[in-house]
Design a protein around this ligand. Structure first.
Ligand SMILES: [Zn+2]
Ligand SMILES: [Zn+2]
Length: 225
C-alpha cells in the first residue's frame, strides 16, 4: 500500500481472528480485520516524522480495510440493520439491485393468494408449510393470515421492496429455483390456497410410497376434499 509520502509494500492484513467487543463497528470500517504491528508502527513513525498526516494515515488504513472487504466479500457478513440503513442512506444497494426484479412476481403471488383466501367457495382448501391441510375458513388459517391486504404504493412500496430484497439475501444465495419454491410455498404466512382439483393434485403429491398419507388433516376443521 502507499500514500503520498509513504511506501509500504505487502502489508499483511487478516480477517476473522479478532472481534474486540469494545470497538465493534461495521466490517466495512475494519471490524474483524488485523494489521501486522510492524506496519502500524511504521505508519506512526511516518506521522511523527511528518511525512504523512494523521488523516492520511487513517485513510490509508481504511483503504486497506476496504481492499480486504471487497476481496473477501465481507458485505455478506454485515449486520442486517446496518445494510438496511446504508441502503436507505445511499438510495439502493447490491441486494436491491440483485433481487429487485423478484418483487413484482412476489406481489402478484400475494395478490393471488389474497383473492383466493377471500373466495373460499372457489378455493375451499388451504395447505400449510408443513403439509397440514385445512379448510380455507379454518380458524388456524385465519389466525395467521392478515386481516387486510392491499398492493403497496408510494413510500410503502419502496420500503417493502427494500425489506423483501434484503430478506432474499438472508435466506439464500439466490437461485431461481429457490425463488420459485419461495413463491409457491412460503410467501407471506406460508399458506397455499387451492381449488378442489388443486387439492387433489396436492394430496397425490403428499402420498407416501406405500400409500400412507404424508400430510396431516387439521383436527379442528377436519377437511374432506
Ligand atoms: Zn438495499
Ligand atoms: Zn384447520
Amino acid at each position: 500500500m502507499s500514500a503520498p509520502g509513504i511506501e509500504m509494500p505487502d502489508v499483511l492484513v487478516t480477517f476473522g481472528t479478532d472481534f474486540p467487543r469494545q470497538r465493534e463497528r461495521p466490517l466495512r470500517e475494519g471490524y474483524g480485520q488485523s494489521v501486522e504491528l510492524p506496519a502500524v508502527i511504521d505508519i506512526v513513525v511516518a506521522i511523527e516524522a511528518g511525512t504523512i498526516t494523521a488523516t492520511e494515515a487513517r485513510e490509508l488504513l481504511l483503504r486497506l480495510a476496504g481492499q480486504l472487504y471487497d476481496q473477501w466479500n465481507l458485505r455478506e457478513h454485515e449486520q442486517h440493520d446496518d445494510l438496511l440503513a446504508w441502503c436507505v442512506r445511499d438510495g439502493g444497494c447490491p441486494d436491491c439491485e440483485k433481487y429487485g426484479d423478484r418483487f413484482e412476481p412476489h406481489l402478484d403471488a400475494l395478490a393471488e393468494r389474497w383473492l383466493r383466501y377471500n373466495t373460499p367457495d372457489e378455493y375451499p382448501f388451504t395447505a400449510g408449510r408443513s403439509a397440514g391441510l385445512h379448510e380455507t375458513t379454518c380458524p388456524v388459517v385465519r389466525h395467521t393470515m392478515p386481516t387486510e391486504w392491499s398492493r403497496p404504493v408510494g413510500e410503502e412500496y419502496v420500503q417493502q421492496r427494500r425489506l423483501f430484497c434484503h430478506r432474499q439475501n438472508l435466506r439464500y444465495g439466490g437461485t431461481e429455483a429457490d425463488f420459485e419454491f419461495e413463491l409457491a410455498t412460503t410467501t407471506d404466512s406460508g399458506w397455499t390456497v387451492m381449488t378442489i382439483e388443486e387439492t387433489r393434485v396436492w394430496e397425490a403429491r403428499h402420498m407416501g410410497p406405500k400409500g400412507g398419507r404424508k400430510y396431516r388433516r387439521c383436527r379442528r376443521c377436519a377437511p374432506t376434499p
